[in-house]
Design a protein around this ligand. Structure first.
Ligand SMILES: *[C@@H]1O[C@H](CO)[C@@H](O)[C@H](O)[C@H]1NC(C)=O
Length: 277
């Protein structure tokens, strides 16, 4: 008994060490994978490419974008948002293709006064058309620690995740005439900018420039590019397994604060087709 349970412990320990090594070797390098695109000296890469920061002051915000384009896959990034009074600031983190009929998958973090919750705003654009907003509060303070924000993008669906918990699923509804992002590769973008004309309480709370510069941090970028699957099983199984579906319901029940699908004022004719699908 004693020996075999020790053996088991050893196996578990070795397993743990190996899995953390694998995670570590997966992490991308900001120098290799991204370009700092605007904001002069405000965006910075440090720690040998392991950490990136964006900052915003009264003169300008800043931004970066991936060197590569991606078509399907799982994309993870850890973000630590502007702490304290971040009202009026917006940190956008998104995937987008180019041109007037572009596709886009958006996370936007709307800042708030100290102690008041950030809003996580999400949207999906297909063929240049968005208007598919869902907004959430988070179950933690996103400026205290790094948290992981992920997109799983497959031909069948797009899943938004926070710390591996699905918060939103956008299913492929091409069969009922809704375009789905599946042929235009996307780059990863992020920017930190001032949007105090609308971001916090609909623009009522302005940016407090005496607290500038505002800074957000990024680390542990990771992409798993996926092969396109045409297998029948992949298309006809649920996007999420049962525990993930439970977590999604938990988020939607307790943390969702806006859903375009249930906005009857906006869609008096009934919700958009993909909501009914
Ligand atoms: C900011 O805090 C207020 C008060 O709690 C809340 O109503 C609002 O949704 C929060 N977020 C934003 C972005 O305004």
């Amino acid at each position: 008994m004693g020996i075999s349970s020790n053996g088991l412990c050893l196996v578990l320990l070795v397993g743990l060490v190996f899995s953390s090594l694998m995670v570590a070797t997966y992490a991308g390098n900001f120098y290799q994978d991204f370009d700092l695109t605007w904001g002069g000296k405000r965006p910075k890469i440090f720690k040998g490419g392991q950490l990136l920061s964006l900052s915003l002051d009264k003169v300008s915000g800043s931004g970066f974008q991936s060197k590569k384009e991606y078509l399907f896959g799982r994309i993870d990034m850890q973000l630590k948002l502007v702490p304290g009074n971040s009202a009026g600031t917006v940190t956008a983190y998104y995937l987008s293709s180019q041109g007037p009929t572009h596709d886009e998958i958006d996370f936007e973090f709307l800042g708030n006064l100290s102690g008041d919750p950030y809003v996580l705003h999400t949207n999906v654009f297909t063929q240049g058309k968005g208007n598919r907003e869902q907004q959430f509060y988070l179950w933690f303070n996103p400026s205290r620690n790094f948290h992981t924000y992920s997109v799983i993008w497959k031909p069948q669906h797009i899943i938004f995740l926070v710390d591996n918990i699905p918060i939103r699923v956008f299913n492929n509804a091409e069969s009922v005439g809704v375009p789905f992002p599946k042929s235009q590769p996307m780059r990863i973008y992020s920017s930190l900018w001032n949007a105090d004309d609308w971001a916090t309480r609909g623009g009522l709370v302005k940016t407090d420039w005496s607290k500038a510069p505002f800074t957000a941090y990024y680390r542990n970028f990771n992409v798993i590019e996926s092969k396109i699957s045409h297998s029948f099983a992949e298309w006809h199984t649920n996007a999420l397994d049962a525990p993930s579906r439970r977590r999604l319901r938990w988020v939607q029940k307790y943390f969702m604060i806006y859903n375009y699908c249930t906005d009857l004022k906006r869609f008096p004719q009934g919700p958009p087709v993909e909501c009914r699908h």
